[in-house]
Design a protein around this ligand. Structure first.
Ligand SMILES: [Zn+2]
Length: 422
């Protein structure tokens, strides 16, 4: 409102000057008044650091969400001491995926981070994690050299207040938001060293920080993805991790199964020519979804749980069964399939770890075992055969056979003669 009044006041003023000028020109040409040069009002005049962001989104589109991304990146750059576009820094955030601030989606915060820090998807140093719609918005920045990580979690209610204000008077809302201190904007600003070796060497100390939720409950996501990224995570694996929200040995087993299938059981059109049965399902299946686009909604993934009793009935060679993959290529008269397993026994032995630790959520053991195995599995990314194996190969002579294997109430491992029917 104030802006409108001042705008019309300016217009009236200009009109008066013009009239006056015309009169004066008519009377005495020498006394033509000259208007002082005007500086166009811009938030960049007050905050020059905002220039790349404002240039990118356009000042007329600038939002408080852009600014919170700027504030997070700016604080991280000062705290970790890195310059724009530093390739040794990884940014992690749930902004712009599904996480929302009440009714507001958060994608604009991503532009704030990218344009300020120079970190991006294209450079492979921005991990955009999948969290539920009502999970808090957060940002983290990890330095590959020092393994220091800074975590920033904005106050949702502050953002909501300024986003509401932005709808009524954007300029004032943005200007006031920029004046807020970091403490007023962020509920949590935490800096920790998350070097995997340090965590494994002194797990009790890190467990205390896990319990204290130093990174707002995102600790496992952040330290697994960051440490593996520092080891040289391939970009397709990073996309797999974004959907799954963390990296665990189960997810890596899926990435390795995908690589094994690509090598030994390929097809030109995975989305249309594969039928994947997850039996039993675990984290791996999120990797297969990403790599093959064989998701549940595309009716290319069928999930079958095995009870403890059923697992007990599996023969030794199928104890580590993971997936059935059926291939029916376009125009083909028949199809074929493989049943694959993952050699957990070998991996546990190599890591000198006990399987029971996976379920020990009362102590550090649950994350310790996962982190240690994550690192071990990184050495197998180009050698999936070391851990993935074929349990059985089979033919399918008609589409009806595939229908039967994926149908409700059917145990496909019994159908394929791998385990006895009960
Ligand atoms: Zn997982």
């Amino acid at each position: 409102m104030i802006k409108r009044i001042s705008k019309s006041a300016t217009l009236i003023g200009l009109a008066l000057l013009l009239v006056l000028g015309t009169v004066l020109i008519g009377g005495c040409a020498k006394e033509t008044p000259t208007l002082p040069p005007t500086v166009e009002a811009s938030i960049v005049n007050d905050y020059p650091g905002l220039k790349p962001l404002v240039d990118f989104v356009g000042e007329e589109n600038l939002s408080v969400l852009n600014l919170v991304g700027f504030k997070a990146a700016d604080k991280a750059m000062r705290e970790l001491g890195f310059g724009k576009g530093d390739p040794d820094i990884l940014a992690l955030t749930d902004a712009g995926y599904i996480a929302k601030i009440e009714e507001y989606t958060t994608e604009k915060a991503l532009d704030g981070v990218i344009m300020t820090s120079g970190l991006s998807r294209g450079k492979g140093n921005l991990a955009n994690l999948h969290k539920a719609y009502n999970w808090p918005l957060w940002f983290a920045f990890f330095d590959k050299r020092s393994k220091d990580c800074i975590y920033l979690e904005p106050k949702s209610e502050i953002l909501k207040t300024y986003l509401d204000r932005e709808k009524a008077d954007r300029d004032a809302a943005l200007a006031d938001f920029m004046k807020l201190s970091d403490k007023e904007i962020f509920a949590k600003i935490a800096k920790e060293n998350i070097d995997a070796q340090g965590l494994l060497d002194n797990p009790e100390a890190w467990q205390e920080k896990m319990l204290a939720k130093v990174f707002g409950g995102n600790e496992f996501s952040i330290f697994t993805i960051s440490n593996l990224w520092a080891m040289g995570l391939p970009n397709d694996f990073l996309k797999v991790a974004e959907l799954h929200d963390h990296i665990c040995p189960g997810l890596t087993s899926g990435y390795l199964i995908a690589k094994y299938v690509i090598k030994h059981f390929p097809t030109a059109n995975p989305r249309n020519e594969y039928t994947v049965i997850a039996i039993p399902p675990w984290c791996k299946d999120d990797a297969l979804i990403q790599m093959f686009e064989t998701n549940v909604g595309h009716k290319r993934l069928y999930v079958k749980h095995l009870t403890k009793e059923q697992i007990g009935q599996l023969p030794k060679e199928a104890k580590n069964v993971a997936n059935i993959i059926i291939r029916w290529e376009k125009g083909a008269e028949s199809g074929d399939g493989i049943v694959v397993g993952f050699d957990w026994d070998k991996l546990f032995e190599e890591c000198e770890l006990e399987r029971a630790w996976l379920r020990d959520f009362a102590t550090y053991k649950w994350w310790y075992v996962r982190l240690k195995m994550d690192i071990a599995e990184m050495h197998y990314l180009d050698n999936p055969e070391a851990l993935v194996f074929t349990i059985k190969e089979f033919e399918v002579k008609s589409p009806a056979e595939i229908e039967k294997l994926k149908a409700a109430g059917v145990n496909p491992l019994v159908e394929l003669g791998i385990m006895p029917g009960s």
